[in-house]
Each structure stands twice: as C-alpha cells, then as structure tokens.
Design a protein around this ligand. Structure first.
Ligand SMILES: Nc1ncnc2c1ncn2[C@@H]1O[C@H](COP(=O)(O)OP(=O)(O)O)[C@@H](O)[C@H]1O
Ligand SMILES: [Mg+2]
Length: 272
C-alpha cells in the first residue's frame, strides 16, 4: 500500500485518501533524515517513508528549517504537492513578488528595507500597510493611519530580525481570491471584520471567474509549475485591480468541495 504523508493541514484530509496508508505529521515536531537515498520523516509517533508528500502548512511561523526540509524533499525526488522547488520559490514573499512582477502581472508597488533600522525610510502617505517577513494568514501585517500609530509600530517592528515592506492601503471594494487547481479555476470574494479579508472572515461569496483573470492565474500556475495556486486580488470602486500576492499553499475555506476533490486527486496522480 502506498504511503501519503500530509504535512500539517486540516484534520479532514485523510478522508480523501481512502485505500492509501495516510500519515499526518506536524512540521513543528518532525525531523527529516535521508539515509541510503531514502527520505524519512520522524517524530514521537515513529518514522514514515512516504511515496508522496502533501504539503499543507498554514499560517505557521516560517523557519529556516522548513526550507531545509523542502530541499531534502527536492533532493529525494519524492513527489510533493506543490513540488518542493515551487514551494521554495514562493517561501520568501520577496521572491514571490518578483515572480509576479517579472510575469508582468499587476502587482502592488512597495517600499522595502532589509533591516528594521531603516524603517524611517519606508514611510508613505497615510494610510499605508506594513508587512514584515514571510508570514501568511494575515499575520505580520498592520494598517497605519497616522503619525502616532507609525511611531508606536516602528518601536515594535524594531525588535524583528526580518525585512519589512510598506505599500499604499488600497480602499478596496472587493477582495477576490482566484484559485487554480489542475485546470480548474474558482473565484471567491471575501470580507473580514476589519481591513484584512482573510482574518476574522465574515463572508465568503463564490463568483464567476472572469476570463482575463483565469488567464492570469493559469499563466502564473504554469510559470511556477504549480499543481495548486491562488492569487489575492483587490478591486477598487473605479475598477482598478491589483494583485497582493500569490499563495502556493492556499486555504480552501469557502471554496466548493470540488476543489478539495480535485486537489486530492492530484496527490493520488503523483503515485502513478
Ligand atoms: N495594501 C493593502 N491594501 C488593502 N488591504 C490589504 C493590503 N494588503 C493586504 N490587505 C488585506 O489583508 C489581507 C492579507 O494580506 P496578504 O498580502 O494577502 O497576505 P497574507 O494573506 O499572506 O497574510 C488581504 O487579503 C487584504 O484583504
Ligand atoms: Mg493573502
């Protein structure tokens, strides 16, 4: 029986892989070993030698160790969804943004400094958004609306050992996530309680994906050789649309069941 290893991810995933030996482990407590060219994932529950890996890290604080694990997966040649090389490319927000820019996709402009001793040089006209490091799920992001808040935030940011970006706050009408899995594309509007649509999310509304944006997300998916990818798009009242980011481990909340099925089939197909 083939072994599917799920790294993190929701509890429901094993239900999609009936007939397989499914193991779920947490990145926080697992160690990887390559011995005699075979890759093992070891934690207190034992060792797992996977035939395919399903990487579902959510809003986990990024660590250098995660990148090392992805390098080992890449080295081992064991298939992974997304592939380890795709995940490595998207791991760093800056390389993710570079990728979007190189493809000529409408990515938001930003200021950036490699260290927090340069924060004063990142100031913009209020309101603007500060983003620190490679965090997901709305973490490490703050809206700054006035001088006093900026002063306060700079002191807190100063203790971080990471790069920081600032970008204009977009007074958006819609926050739309385009999700591509295999050759299928879905689109969903999201609304949060405050300015972040993906934190304290109150509303999900599936919408008909627009042809132009189906093309864009497919172009990206092909370029980064992804099995699954999502782009987060902000649309203003006057119709301007900007991409905030792409996410190669997108959350699927609010998307139809078909998206989960499509994704789980992709994982199984890697075994053929
Ligand atoms: N410049 C911005 N202007 C307005 N809203 C923003 C801006 N940047 C982020 N947001 C809001 O915050 C959410 C999370 O930001 P995002 O850049 O997608 O990071 P992540 O989802 O990886 O935490 C977005 O979906 C959007 O609703
Ligand atoms: Mg996002």
């Amino acid at each position: 029986m083939k072994t599917i290893l799920i790294i993190n991810g929701e509890k429901y995933w094993p239900d999609y892989f009936a007939g397989y030996h499914v193991v779920q482990k947490r990145i926080q407590t697992v160690e990887c070993v390559i011995k005699d060219s075979a890759l093992y994932f070891i934690d207190v529950d034992g060792a797992c030698k996977p035939d395919v890996i399903f990487w579902r890290l959510g809003a986990v604080n990024p660590e250098a160790r995660h990148r090392s694990i992805l390098e080992l997966i890449d080295y081992s040649g064991i298939p992974c969804v997304n592939s380890a090389s795709t995940l490595l490319m998207g791991y760093d927000r800056l390389s993710m943004l570079n990728r979007l820019k190189k493809l000529g996709l409408p990515v938001i402009d930003f200021n950036v400094a490699t260290g927090t001793n340069q924060l004063r040089n990142l100031e913009m006209n209020f309101p603007f958004v500060v983003k620190v490091g490679n965090h997901h799920g709305g973490y490490g992001k703050s809206l700054v609306t006035n001088e006093e808040q900026w002063e306060e935030l700079k002191d807190l940011l100063f203790i971080h050992n990471d790069y920081v970006t600032t970008e204009q706050f977009i007074d958006y009408q819609y926050d739309i996530r385009y999700l591509a899995v295999n050759d299928k594309v879905w689109a969903m509007k999201r609304k949060g309680k405050y300015w972040k649509a993906n934190s304290l999310t109150r509303e999900y509304q599936l919408i008909k994906p627009e042809e132009e944006w189906i093309e864009k997300v497919k172009q990206l998916k092909e370029d980064i050789r992804a099995d699954i990818v999502a782009i987060d798009v902000l649309q203003t009242k006057d119709g301007e649309r900007l991409i905030l980011e792409y996410n190669d481990i997108p959350g699927l909340s609010g998307f139809p069941e078909a998206a989960k099925i499509e994704l789980s089939e992709m994982v199984k197909n890697k075994l053929k």
